[in-house]
Design a protein around this ligand. Structure first.
Ligand SMILES: *Cc1c(COP(=O)(O)O)cnc(C)c1O
Length: 481
C-alpha cells in the first residue's frame, strides 16, 4: 500500500474488466436463495494489462535465487534447473490422481521406487520412505521409529534424546513432540561435539543422538566413528539430520559413518525450489534393523510391476496423506539422474571450494571463530562490528542494497552475532568476488559511516519490517481492519 506498489484495489475502477468470455450456451440453473450472496463480492476491477503489470512488478520486488546470490546458510538455496520443471509438468505425472488403480500409475510408482533406490545409495541406508513433507516432518518420523524400535525391544526406559547445542532448532522440537526428553550436548572451542560430555551422559535411558554432519558450523565431526560407538554401546540409535548433504554427496554417507536413521531435505540438496513455505519433501532412510518401522504404504517392485505394500505390522503407520509431495519427488529424481554420481560428487567439491574461498577472503574483515577447513558453509561473527555500534542484522539489511540476499543471521546460537554463509556450487567466481567486495565495503562503512548501515536498506520498496508482527498477526485480507 505504499506509493511504489499500489494495491490492486487502489487500481480498481468500477466496471473495468480484464477478461472477455463468449456468451454462455448452457442453460442457467437457479441456486437456492439461501446460497446467494447478499451483496456483490469486493473484487478489484482492472484491465488485463494492469493485472499483468501489477503481478510482474510484485514479482520483481521478491528476492529469489533466479535474480541474485542467496547465501542463506543451512538452507541451501540452490538453483533449480528448468529441466526439473519440464518433467514435473509431464501430463502423465501432473494429471494423475492418487485414487487411480495401481496399473494406471505404474510410471509414477517406478519413479518413486527408483528415487528410493538412488537415495539408498546416496545415504548408505537400506530402505527409504518418501512420505514426509519436509525436514522437520522427516525428523519427527525418524524419532517415532526410534520409539517404536525401543518399545518393540521392551526397552521403555529410553527417554533421552541428545542434541548438540549447535543443532537446528527443529531437532529439539521434533524430539520433544515425539515424546522424548531433550538433553543438550555442548560444543568444544574447536567447534565439535564434546565427546567426553556425551560419554558422561549416555546410559540405559539413552534413546538416540541427533547429529548434523557437517555440523551447523560447517565443520565435519571428525570423531564420528567414536561418537557412533558411544551411542551404540549404550544401546541408543544414531539419527542423522541430512537436511544439507551438499558437502558429502558421493564422498561419504551417513550409512558409512554409522548412522541408523536419516532424513533428507529434497528441497535443499536436491534442488527443488523452496522458500515461502513449501512444498518440500523430507524422505527418511533407515538401516535394516529399523526397516520394519518405516511408514506405510511402501513403494515396492514385484514380478508383476510396482505396488504399494501396507503389510508391515510394526510400521509407525502413515505420516502423510497419499504418497508424499509427488511433484517435488519428480524434480529431485530428474536432478539426481541428470547429475549422475560424477555430477553429484562435483557438486560437493564445488560447494566446499566456494565456501572455503569465501571464508578465507571474508576473514580479513570479520571474525571467523572456527578458523579451519570448512565444508559447504561457514559461520562468521560480527562481534568487532558490534563493538563499533553496528549489529549483524544491520549488515544483513545493508547487503540488500548491494543486491545480495543476506546470510542466515543469529544462528547457530552459540556464535555471537552469527552470519552463516552458504554459497552453493553453481555460483561463478565473479559472483563470489562481488559478494566479497560488498561485504568488505560494508565493513568499511561500519567504521566510516555507520548511519548508512544502521538505516539500511535504502534502495528497496520497503525498509525494515516488523517480522514478528507480520508472522503473529498475519493479515491477508485487504479490507480487514
Ligand atoms: C532446514 C533444516 C531443517 C528443517 O527442514 P524443514 O524442511 O525446514 O523442516 C532441519 N535441519 C537442518 C540442519 C536444516 O538446515
Amino acid at each position: 500500500m505504499n506509493s511504489v506498489n499500489p494495491s490492486i484495489f487502489e487500481l480498481s475502477r468500477k466496471d473495468r474488466v480484464g477478461y472477455s468470455l463468449p456468451k454462455s450456451d448452457v442453460p442457467e440453473r437457479k441456486l437456492p436463495e439461501s446460497l446467494l450472496r447478499q451483496e456483490a463480492a469486493r473484487l478489484p476491477e482492472v484491465s488485463e494489462l494492469q493485472l499483468m503489470r501489477h503481478y510482474t512488478r510484485l514479482s520483481h520486488d521478491n528476492f529469489g535465487i533466479e535474480n541474485g546470490f542467496y547465501p542463506l546458510g543451512s538452507c541451501t538455496m540452490k538453483y533449480n534447473p528448468k529441466i526439473n520443471e519440464v518433467t514435473a509438468r509431464l501430463d502423465g505425472f501432473a494429471n494423475i490422481h492418487p485414487f487411480q488403480p495401481l496399473e494406471h500409475v505404474q510410471g509414477a510408482l517406478q519413479l518413486m521406487y527408483e528415487l528410493q533406490e538412488d537415495l539408498k545409495v546416496i545415504t548408505g541406508m537400506d530402505a527409504i520412505s518418501l512420505q514426509p513433507a519436509a525436514g522437520a516432518h522427516g525428523e519427527w518420523t525418524g524419532l517415532m521409529m526410534v520409539r517404536a524400535f525401543h518399545e518393540k525391544n521392551g526397552d521403555t526406559k529410553r527417554t533421552k534424546v541428545f542434541v548438540p547445542d549447535s543443532a537446528h532448532g527443529t531437532n529439539p522440537a521434533s524430539a520433544y513432540i515425539a515424546g522424548f526428553d531433550v538433553v543438550s550436548i555442548p560444543t568444544t572451542d574447536e567447534g565439535f561435539v564434546d565427546v567426553e560430555d556425551l560419554r558422561q551422559k549416555v546410559g540405559d535411558d539413552t534413546a538416540a543422538l541427533m547429529l548434523t554432519n557437517p555440523n551447523t558450523l560447517g565443520l565435519f565431526e571428525k570423531d564420528i566413528v567414536e561418537i557412533a560407538e558411544i551411542i551404540h554401546d549404550a544401546g541408543g540409535l544414531l539419527y542423522y539430520d541430512g537436511a544439507n548433504l551438499n558437502a558429502i554427496m558421493a564422498k561419504t554417507s551417513p550409512g558409512f559413518m554409522g548412522f541408523d536413521i536419516v532424513h533428507l531435505n529434497i528441497h535443499k540438496t536436491f534442488s527443488t525450489p523452496h522458500g515461502g513455505g513449501g512444498p518440500g519433501a523430507g524422505p527418511v532412510g533407515v538401516k535394516e534393523h529399523i526397516q520394519p518401522y518405516l511408514p506405510i504404504p511402501r513403494v515396492e517392485k514385484t514380478d508383476s510391476g510396482y505396488t504399494l505394500n501396507d503389510h508391515y505390522p510394526d510400521s509407525i503407520g502413515r505420516v502423510k496423506g497419499y504418497y508424499g509431495n509427488f511433484g517435488v519427488l519428480v524434480r529431485a529424481y530428474t536432478y539426481i539422474r541428470t547429475m549422475g554420481p560424477v555430477g553429484l560428487r562435483k557438486v560437493s567439491e564445488s560447494a566446499v571450494l566456494h565456501a572455503n574461498y569465501l571464508a578465507k577472503r571474508l576473514s580479513s574483515a570479520y571474525v571467523l571463530p572456527y578458523d579451519q577447513i570448512c565444508k559447504h558453509e561457514f559461520v562468521l561473527s560480527g562481534k568487532i562490528q558490534k563493538k563499533q555500534g553496528v549489529r549483524t542484522l544491520d549488515i544483513a539489511k545493508r547487503l540488500l542494497d548491494y543486491d545480495f540476499y543476506a546470510p542466515t543471521v543469529y544462528f547457530p546460537l552459540i556464535v555471537e552475532e552469527a552470519m552463516m554463509i552458504e554459497p552453493t556450487e553453481t555460483e561463478s567466481k565473479e559472483t563470489l568476488d562481488e559478494f566479497v567486495t560488498a561485504m568488505l565495503k560494508i565493513a568499511e562503512e561500519v567504521v566510516e559511516n555507520p548511519e548508512l548501515v544502521l538505516e539500511a536498506p535504502h534502495q528497496k520498496s520497503v525498509r525494515r519490517l516488523d517480522e514478528v508482527k507480520a508472522a503473529r498477526q498475519i493479515k491477508v485480507n485487504y479490507f480487514q481492519s
